[in-house]
Write a protein that binds this ligand. Structure first.
Ligand SMILES: NC(=O)c1ccc[n+]([C@@H]2O[C@H](COP(=O)([O-])OP(=O)(O)OC[C@H]3O[C@@H](n4cnc5c(N)ncnc54)[C@H](O)[C@@H]3O)[C@@H](O)[C@H]2O)c1
Length: 479
C-alpha cells in the first residue's frame, strides 16, 4: 500500500499543525482532519484559526481546499483513509480509580471504536496522542473485537514531540521522528509506509524505528526529563535567592558543560502546558501500578518542585506588598503558559491569579493572544473557584498593557512575551500607585533599568537592591 489518503481524528494543538505540515510537504496525499467539535472545525475553515502558532496561518492557507481539509464528516474521512492518526486529547482523570494521576483514555477508546464501526478496508492506525505504555495493545483489542471480515489493522506509535509556540518549526525540523510498531512483516511494512510520509522532508537518519512499547514510553520519558531540568534549575533558584548567587549565572556556567547543555535551564515561575504535568503523572501512575514505588516517588518530586516554585513566587509577591493584597490592584502581564501560544492549560498564571484573588486583590489581566472568555473560564472553573461571581467582579481584562497597569500597585509578569521587554516602563511607572512593584516571573526584563526608574523589582533566583532614590512615594499615580 502507498499512503494516498490520511485522516486525523482530533483537530487540536497536535492534529491541526501536524497534518497541515504533512499536507504542505506531501502535495500528492489528501489529508483530512476531523473533529467532533463543529465549532473547532468551523474555526479551522475560517480566517481566524482556533490556535495561534507562528507560521501556521501560511501553511494552512497554502494547502486548505487543495489537499488539506477540515471536516466533521468523520465517517467519510475514515472510510477513505489508508492511514489514520489518533490525535485526540488524553487529559488526567478527574474521577474514579487513578483520579489526578492516570490519563483518561476515553477519547482514545472512542476514536478506536469509531474506526472499528466505520472501516471497511485495511487501515494503519497511528497513535499520535500521548498514551501510557501498552495503550496500542488496548486499541488493537478494540479494533480486533469489532473487526469486519477481510479488514485488518496495523497499530503504530508515533508520538508527537512538537512544542507549542514553535510547533511549525519543530515539525519542519524535527530532531527525530519516532515510529514504533510490531516486529512482524506486516508491522514492518506499516512502519515503512509511515516513514515514507515523513521522508518527504525528514532525512531518513532522523527517523527512528523501535518496538511499540519503547516508542510509547519514550514520549513520557522525554517530557519527564525536560520538566525535570526546569524543576532542577528552579530548585537552585531558591538557593540563589538565599545566598546572593544569581541563577542565570549558575545556569550559564552549568549549561556550558557539553555533557549538560544549555537548553531548558531558564529558571521561572514554573512550567505549565497541557503535557508536562499530565505526562509525568501518567509515568508515576504506571510506576505505581508496577509497584516501582521509588521510581514513582522520584518523578513525583519534579511536580512537587513545580508547585513549590509557583507558591514561593506568589508568596513573595504578597509578602513584598506589605503582607497584604486585600483591596489592592495587581496587573498580570501574560496569561498563556508560554509565549507564542494562546494556550492556558496548566498555566502558572492561573495559580498566581487564583492566590491573589483568594487574598482579596483585584486583578487586571493582559495577554496578547489569550481570549477574554478563556481567562474567565479558567478562573471560574469549579475545580479552583467557589465563587465565580466574585471572580468576575474583581477581574478585568484589557486590550493593552498600558491600560492594564494604570492605577495598579504591582505588575506580575507571568509569560515571557517578547513585547513585554519593549514597553516604555517610564510611562507605566508614572501611571501606577507608589511604591510601584514589578515581579518578573520570567526573568526577561532589564531589572537595573527598572530600578533606576523607581520600581521595586523582584525576580526569580536573584536578590535585587531597592530603588536608589525613589522618585515618588505618594500613594496616587502621577499620570
Ligand atoms: N499540545 C501539545 O503541545 C502536545 C504535544 C505533543 C503531544 N500532545 C498530545 O497529543 C494529544 C492531543 O493533544 P492536543 O493538545 O492536540 O489536544 P486538544 O484538546 O487540543 O485536541 C484534541 C481534539 O480531539 C477531539 N476529539 C476527541 N475525541 C474525538 C473523536 N473520537 N473523534 C474526533 N475528534 C475527537 C477534541 O474535540 C479536540 O478538539 C494528547 O494526547 C497530548 O498529550 C500534545
Amino acid at each position: 500500500m502507498v499512503v494516498k489518503n490520511i485522516c486525523c481524528l482530533g483537530a487540536g494543538y497536535v492534529g491541526g499543525p501536524t497534518c497541515s505540515v504533512i499536507a504542505w510537504k506531501c502535495p500528492e496525499i489528501k489529508v483530512t482532519v476531523v473533529d467532533l467539535s463543529k465549532e473547532r472545525i468551523a474555526q479551522w475553515n475560517s480566517e481566524k484559526l482556533p490556535i495561534y502558532e507562528p507560521g501556521l496561518d501560511d501553511v494552512v492557507k497554502a494547502c486548505r481546499g487543495k489537499n488539506l481539509f477540515f471536516s466533521n464528516d468523520i465517517k467519510t474521512a475514515i472510510l477513505d483513509a489508508d492511514l489514520i492518526f489518533i490525535s485526540v486529547n488524553t487529559p488526567t482523570k478527574t474521577f474514579g480509580n487513578g483520579k489526578g494521576r492516570a490519563p483518561d483514555l476515553k477519547y482514545v477508546e472512542g476514536a478506536a471504536r469509531m474506526i472499528a464501526d466505520i472501516a471497511q478496508s485495511n487501515k494503519i492506525v497511528v497513535e499520535k496522542s500521548t498514551v501510557p505504555v501498552r495503550a496500542a495493545e488496548s486499541i488493537l483489542n478494540i479494533l480486533s473485537a469489532n473487526q469486519r471480515p477481510g479488514v485488518s489493522y496495523q497499530i503504530l506509535s508515533n508520538p508527537e514531540f512538537l512544542a507549542e509556540g514553535t510547533a511549525i518549526d519543530d515539525l519542519l525540523h524535527a530532531d527525530r521522528v519516532l515510529i514504533g510498531g510490531e516486529d512482524s512483516p506486516e508491522g514492518r511494512a506499516a512502519i515503512e509506509e509511515l516513514c515514507s510520509v515523513y521522508e518527504h522532508w525528514i532525512p531518513r537518519k532522523n527517523i527512528l524505528t523501535t518496538n511499540t512499547w519503547s516508542s510509547e514510553l519514550s514520549k513520557l520519558a522525554a517530557n519527564a526529563m525536560l520538566a525535570q531540568r526546569i524543576s532542577s534549575i528552579n530548585s537552585l533558584s531558591a538557593v540563589c535567592e538565599s545566598t546572593g548567587a544569581d541563577v542565570s549565572e549558575v545556569a550559564r556556567a552549568v549549561g556550558l558543560d557539553s555533557r549538560i547543555g544549555s537548553k531548558f535551564l531558564q529558571a521561572s515561575i514554573g512550567f505549565g502546558g497541557s503535557c508536562f504535568q499530565k505526562d509525568i503523572l501518567n509515568l508515576i501512575y504506571i510506576c505505581e501500578s508496577l509497584n516501582l514505588l521509588e521510581v514513582a516517588a522520584y518523578w513525583q518530586q519534579v511536580i512537587d518542585m513545580n508547585e513549590y516554585q509557583k507558591s514561593r513566587f506568589t508568596a513573595k509577591v504578597i509578602e513584598s506588598l506589605f503582607n497584604t493584597v486585600s483591596g489592592k490592584q495587581v496587573a498580570l502581564l501574560g496569561f498563556a503558559f508560554k509565549k507564542n501560544t494562546g494556550d492556558t492549560r496548566e498555566s502558572p498564571a492561573i495559580h498566581v491569579a487564583k492566590t491573589l484573588l483568594d487574598e482579596g486583590a483585584s486583578i487586571n489581566i493582559y495577554d496578547p493572544k489569550v481570549e477574554k472568555s478563556q481567562i474567565i473560564d479558567d478562573l471560574t472553573n469549579p475545580s479552583i473557584c467557589e465563587f465565580p461571581e466574585q471572580v468576575k467582579s474583581r477581574v478585568k481584562i484589557f486590550e493593552d498593557a498600558y491600560s492594564a497597569t494604570a492605577g495598579t500597585h504591582a505588575i506580575v509578569l507571568c509569560t515571557e512575551w517578547d513585547e513585554f521587554i519593549t514597553y516604555d516602563y517610564n510611562r507605566i511607572y508614572k501611571g501606577m500607585m507608589k511604591p510601584a512593584f514589578i515581579f518578573d516571573g520570567r526573568k526577561i526584563l532589564n531589572h537595573e533599568e527598572l530600578i533606576e526608574i523607581g520600581f521595586h523589582v523582584q525576580t526569580i533566583g536573584k536578590k535585587l537592591s531597592r530603588p536608589r532614590s525613589p522618585r515618588c512615594w505618594s500613594s496616587k499615580p502621577n499620570i
